[in-house]
Ligand binder design. Sequence first.
Ligand code: FAD
Length: 488
Amino acid sequence: QQRALVIGAGIAGLATALRLRHKDYEVEVFEASPHTGGKLHAIQQDGYRFDLGPSLFTMPHFIDELFELYGANAKDYFNYKKKKRVCNYFWEDGTQFQADASVEDFINKAAKKFGEPEATIQQYLKRNREKYDLTANLFLEKSLHQAKTYFSVETLKAISQLYKLNLSESLNSVNKTYFKNPKLIQLFNRFATYNGSSPYKTPGIMSMIPHLEMHYGTFYPKGGMHEISQSLTRFAKEKGIKFHLNTKVHKILSQASKVTGIETEKGKVEADLVISNMDVFNSYQNLLKEAKKPQKTLQQERSSSALIFYWGIKKEFSELDLHNILFSEDYQTEFDYLFNKKEMYKDPTVYINITSKETPSDAPKGAENWFVMVNAPANYNQDWEQIKQDAKMAILQKIQLCLGVDISSYIETEYCWTPVDIEKETSSHRGSLYGASSNSKWAAFLRHPNFSSQFKNLYFCGGSVHPGGGIPLCLLSAKIVADLIPEI
Ligand code: FAD
């Protein structure tokens, strides 16, 4: 039997391990921290449960696939439900909009609320779908770095219809060609943040993101987001995958053009294949010090990071749901601060996620567990202690202005993650949430491939490599890696 070693037990590391075990490899996972899941982790504090990282769950069938690969019934291991209400939006002037999962209801309500013709919204969503259908198979489901990807009917079709993809315009300018109401433009601009980019820079092709959310829906896992990584970990153990927690990998060992194993603080381990789920920047920086570095790829601008307050709130808010957005009054300036000035803007867009709306036991009776996140620049050694204090004041003010309530006296417990914490806890270069940003039309082609061109048995998966960050794309990276590796 051949042995595959996976460095990192993030969502992509777990998925790759399962896919390779299914190909009959002996698989061992080495994880620096005491737990699996990477960014998909959770804490308990003073009677509250908080998911630390991702809060929005889309495309759950990519998780189901991992159980089904082995002929198992996914529902026996992992359960989730579709959300009827996708998100509640709030503005300072008192405008509120409840986005429903039913596309028909969304169009109907949005047309009324924002004074746009239903047909225009319909046309916009149709075009978003076309973008996804044209490119998903090519850009997201295959290695972009292999010649055979380019010699297919799908590729020729996508190339012949490149004009439909709006690659040369920003997402914001595409949205402005459809809509007049600045609030609806802002609502659709927000989807740029799903891959940590700016709507004023990321290309118009990104309007396929709302298609994904609106067409496939949003979901909530039973037991919270953490259950995604934990159910996969349990299943992986059941399938004979071995986990080494608290075991930081220091070096990927190589001889000529092949990797031969890894070195951890506990010793050397030989392998036939090595797959790094660690941020690709740090994989080269720390584990492959002597290898040639793909400079252009590694120097790409990082995606945004986040500053998150996890607050135990001793009050219930009926106007809030699982996902809530309180918009900045000046979105463009907010993104100028994040990506150009590398600072937080004084009027940030505030995202509030409350899982106790779905699982009441996540908070004490009569209370709610608030995950309050603002976009933050990647870590360039800013003074995060000061920024944290300023951001807390700005968030409290935003909540006061949008919801009409001063919540400071209701906060009974607090935990916080800054970009530095995200960097420290998950080895994400500069604390970015999604690897490189997608702030240029070439970003998709500049992401690191899922394989090494120097070492023929070294592979990469996770949010910092192709096809990108976020749970669904990380899971696709695992699928691409497994497709590149032959059955034994
Ligand atoms: P990571 O989760 O980055 O894990 C990498 C693992 O490698 C870590 O466990 C780390 O300890 C380990 N490691 C690193 N170095 C070593 C070493 N030398 N030796 C051994 N182990 C090592 N995505 C969504 O889909 N929806 C969301 O709503 C969403 N919101 C987010 C909010 C926040 C606050 C954050 C931080 C991220 C969010 N994301 C979201 C992005 C998503 O979390 C990531 O894209 C995804 O989880 C990354 O998974 P990964 O497989 O790349 O590994």
